[in-house]
Ligand binder design. Structure first.
Ligand code: SF4
Length: 370
C-alpha cells in the first residue's frame, strides 16, 4: 500500500496566514507540468513497485490547473506505477474553481474525492484571511460539487482573533447542515515570515489567543461528535466510511512519493524533500536531475515519528509496535493517565478530549531519547 502526493505550486493570491510553497504567477505553468511528468518517470522505482492506492493533488491550488494538465499527470502515473484501479484520487479545490464543467472533467479523469478550501462561511473572516473566494461562492461550489462527488471534505480554520464562540459555532453548524461528510479543522497558527506575522508584530492585527482556540476546539469536538462524525485524527472528522484513505495511510506509516517542488517522500528508510523553488525545480528536471535532499532516519527517529502520528489518531499508540520501549513509555504515560489526559487498555494508549488540547507536548514527553 502506497500513495503519491503531487504539489501544484500556484495560487490566485496569497492568504495572509499561509506558509506553503506557491507562486501567484502562472507564467511557468506548462513547463512545471512537464517537469512533474518527468519526475514521475524518473522516480518510478522509489516505491519499489508497491501498488498505488491513493493519489493526492495538493498545493497550492491544484484546481487552478487546466483539466488537460491534471489528466496528463494522472496518465503519467498510470503508465509508470503499479496503479490500483480502485485508488482514492483527491483534488484540493478552491470554491471559486468549482464549476459544473470542471467537476465533470475531474470526474471523467478518475478524481473521486474533493478537498475544498472553504476555511469559513463568514465573509468578514474570508476577507481578513485574504481568501480569493466569497462565502456565497463556497455554498454554491459545495452545491455543485455534491452533484458530482459523494466524497467531499472541507477545511475550516478556527481561533481567529475576534472570532467569537458563536461565530465559530455558526461555521460548524453550516458544514453539518450542508451534509459535508469530512471536515479538516485547524487552529490558526502564526507562521514565521507570513503577512499575518508581520501584521501582528506591527500591531495591525490582534494576536491569537490560545485559550480561545482551546474553547473553539472543545466546541468543535462536541458538535461534530453529536452529529455522528468520527474524530479519527486530531484535525480530522468523518462520517462513517468517509475517512481520507490518503491521510490515514500517512498516519499508519505507509510509504509515499511526493512529486513537485517542496513535496516530501518517505519509503521507510529515508525522508526526502524537493527544492521549494519552481524555477530551480524545472531547470533540474530539464537536465534529468532530481532536486531533492534527504535524511536517513535512525530507529529512534522512526519510533518517535510513530509515537507522534499514532497519538494524534483515535486508535492511538499500539503497544505491540514499540518493541522494548513499551515499559518505559508506560511509565511516562502513567503521569498523564492519572490526570485524565491519556487513556489506555491492554494494547493501546490514546488521548482523551482534554489530552487532545495538549497533544504535541504529551507526544514530546513520550519520545524515546536518542
Ligand atoms: S490558497 Fe491555500 S496554498 Fe494558496 S495561499 Fe491560500 S492557503 Fe496557501
Amino acid at each position: 500500500m502506497a500513495g503519491i502526493y503531487l504539489h501544484i505550486p500556484f495560487c490566485k493570491q496569497a492568504c495572509h496566514y499561509c506558509n506553503f510553497h506557491f507562486s501567484t504567477s502562472l507564467r511557468n505553468q506548462s513547463e512545471l507540468v512537464a517537469a512533474l511528468g518527468k519526475e514521475i518517470v524518473l522516480r518510478k522505482d522509489y516505491l519499489q513497485h508497491q501498488p498505488i492506492n491513493t493519489i493526492y493533488f495538493g498545493g497550492g491550488t491544484p484546481s487552478l490547473l487546466p483539466a488537460e494538465a491534471l489528466a496528463f499527470i494522472l496518465s503519467c502515473i498510470r503508465q509508470e506505477h503499479w496503479y490500483d484501479t480502485e485508488a482514492e484520487i483527491t483534488l484540493e479545490a478552491n470554491p471559486d474553481d468549482i464549476t459544473e464543467e470542471n467537476c465533470r472533467n475531474w470526474q471523467q479523469m478518475g478524481i473521486n474525492r474533493l478537498s475544498i478550501g472553504v476555511q469559513s462561511f463568514r465573509e468578514e473572516e474570508l476577507r481578513w484571511m485574504n481568501r480569493a473566494h466569497s462565502a456565497a461562492q463556497s455554498v454554491e461550489g459545495l452545491k455543485i460539487a455534491k452533484h458530482f462527488f459523494d466524497n467531499i471534505s472541507i477545511d475550516l480554520i478556527y481561533g481567529l482573533p475576534h472570532q467569537t464562540q458563536t461565530q465559530w459555532q455558526g461555521n460548524i453548524e453550516q458544514a453539518i447542515s450542508l451534509g459535508i461528510p469530512h471536515l479538516s479543522c485547524y487552529a490558526l497558527t502564526v507562521e514565521p515570515k507570513t503577512l499575518l506575522e508581520k501584521k501582528i508584530l506591527a500591531g495591525h492585527f490582534s494576536p491569537v489567543e490560545p485559550d480561545r482556540q482551546s474553547e473553539h476546539f472543545l466546541l468543535l469536538m462536541d458538535l461534530l461528535e453529536n452529529a455522528g462524525y468520527r474524530h479519527y485524527e486530531i484535525s480530522n472528522f468523518a462520517l462513517p466510511q468517509k475517512e481520507s484513505r490518503h491521510n490515514s495511510a500517512y498516519w499508519e506509516g505507509a510509504h509515499y512519493l511526493g512529486i513537485g517542488p517542496s513535496a516530501h517522500s518517505y519509503n521507510g528508510i529515508s525522508r526526502q524533500w524537493n527544492v521549494s523553488n519552481n524555477t530551480q525545480y524545472i531547470k533540474a528536471l530539464d537536465k534529468d536531475q532530481l532536486p531533492y535532499e534527504q535524511e536517513i532516519l535512525t530507529p529512534v527517529q522512526r519510533l518517535n515519528e510513530y509515537i507522534m502520528t499514532a497519538l494524534r489518531t483515535d486508535t492511538g499508540i499500539d503497544l505491540l509496535k514499540i518493541g522494548d520501549y513499551r515499559s518505559r513509555l508506560l511509565r511516562i504515560a502513567d503521569r498523564y493517565t492519572e490526570t485524565g489526559h491519556l487513556m489506555k487498555n491492554e494494547h493501546h494508549i490514546w488521548l482523551s478530549k482534554e489530552g487532545k488540547l495538549l497533544a504535541d507536548g504529551i507526544a514530546a514527553a513520550l519520545f524515546k531519547e536518542a
